[in-house]
Design a protein around this ligand. Structure first.
Ligand code: AMP
Length: 422
């Protein structure tokens, strides 16, 4: 018989890690919902055309897309990210602006799998459509930074840049093209190809042979129009006022062809592996229009869940949450009493679990230990005859007996004791 395991670049997320994932999404939801963002759940696959609008110099589109023809002959792609889907949804539903949405869930990119780089990876993110105001750029960055803060991360560095407006980008792109063309022989083969599609993206190259040429390349900040320059200055001033630290990085162009004005990236300095970028985002222009909507300003970010959790491990913060099972019932009288007690506790909203198959006292106590419960409730034949149960705190304190009718209040008392000890 053949057996299967997960495809390259995919993983099963098991408990307790899975509980940590959910908590991660909950913490993000808490931060952004308190700031007026509403959840959007776009589909995991869309018409390929939606993602082609992300630009043809984007690896995500040209090399990494999971696209296929469905049984109805449609060209479909699994989403490589969610910004394009959000813009498509905006055009489809025409909500009033500002439209502030957040999302969480998996994306798919056919990349070379390695630590911190997967073919199915999760992100949390947000997008705002319909607002030009630089205070929004600052709000969006501040929310990401508050989220990192709530996770307990300290070693996160924010890099920021401005790509200017469409006209600035074009002028800068032309200057950059001539510069790189005059050094074309020294560029990596990949960058030579990128140069023919989008010279800006050459700045993004991490290849060693490109670094010297990139270091001497012209800088976008010298090509910003007055309005784009003012916008950028206003964003930086707003970050300063909120005491959010940043580094201006002239090379930060990021993946999408549509980015303009503010772009930013978060890097974990606690991670030493190659993939230290834990999140990023920026303003984008034209994406809503490309998808058939009116000219609409947009800004957003996406934070990689998998990689951010690696950063949490590196900083030893944000552990998996404890189990919700508070009491574990050990019943050596056959198992029916455990059913009744579990039922009674669960009805009172107290987490309860039990052993099955009428196993020995020792085996059941082992299961109680493994469960992570705070107390064991023990029912042997003596207790059954006396209409009592034994409550044994797992970590500290003596065990004691209570009458069955007092069980719920006794356990509630244990819950309070543990709460006040924490
Ligand atoms: P991007 O959508 O490319 O701007 O990526 C935003 C964030 O998602 C990155 O900073 C990473 O943390 C994460 N990310 C992107 N691609 C992957 C991947 N293949 N595996 C794991 N995380 C990823």
């Amino acid at each position: 018989m053949s057996s299967f395991s997960t495809s390259p670049g995919t993983r099963d997320i098991l408990t307790p890690d899975a509980a940590r994932w959910r908590k991660f999404q909950d913490v993000f939801a808490g931060v952004v919902e308190e700031a007026g963002y509403g959840l959007i759940i776009p589909p995991m696959f869309e018409d390929l055309g939606v993602f082609l609008r992300l630009g043809e110099a984007t690896d995500v589109v040209t090399k990494e897309m999971y696209d296929f023809e469905d049984k109805g002959g449609r060209r479909i792609a699994l989403r490589p990210e969610q910004t394009a889907s959000v813009c498509r949804a905006f055009v489809q539903h025409r909500p009033t602006t500002p439209w502030k949405v957040w999302y969480a869930g998996p994306n798919f990119r056919y990349e070379k799998p390695q630590q911190g780089r997967y073919r199915q990876f999760d992100q949390v993110g947000l997008e705002v459509l319909g607002v030009e105001d630089p205070y929004l750029d600052a709000e969006v960055i501040a929310l990401a930074s508050q989220f990192y803060d709530r996770l307990g991360l300290k070693e996160v560095q924010l890099s920021i840049n401005s790509l200017g407006d469409a006209g600035d980008r074009q002028r800068f792109t032309d200057v950059l093209r001539s510069y790189f063309e005059s050094h074309v022989g020294e560029l990596s083969e990949d960058s030579q190809v990128t140069l023919t599609k989008n010279p800006l993206r050459v700045l993004d190259s991490k290849r060693r042979e490109d670094q010297k040429i990139i270091a001497n390349a012209p800088r976008i900040r010298d090509y910003l129009s007055p309005t784009a320059g003012e916008h950028f200055a206003a964003v930086l001033a707003a970050l300063d006022a909120m005491n959010i630290k940043y580094v201006i990085d002239d090379r930060l162009v990021r993946g999408l062809d549509y980015y303009r004005r503010t772009t930013f990236e978060f890097v974990s300095t606690a991670l030493t592996a190659a993939h230290t970028a834990i999140g990023g985002g920026g303003r984008y222009d034209g994406l809503v229009e490309e998808l058939g909507g009116p000219a609409t300003a947009g800004i957003g970010f996406a934070l990689g869940l998998d990689r951010t959790l690696l950063a949490c491990d590196a900083e030893q913060v944000f552990p998996a949450p404890n189990t919700d099972v508070f009491a574990f019932v050990v019943d050596t009288t056959g198992g029916q009493e455990a059913s009744l007690v579990c039922n009674q506790l669960r009805m009172a909203r107290i987490g309860a679990d039990r052993a099955f198959d009428n196993r020995s006292m020792k085996a059941q106590m082992k299961a109680a230990d493994r469960s992570g419960a705070q107390v064991a409730i023990i029912i042997g034949s003596n207790e059954l005859d006396a209409g009592q149960v034994v409550i044994r705190p797992m970590n500290s304190g003596e065990q004691y007996s209570v009458n069955r009718e007092d069980l719920v209040s006794a356990i509630q008392n244990e819950v309070s004791k543990i709460r006040s000890a924490n």
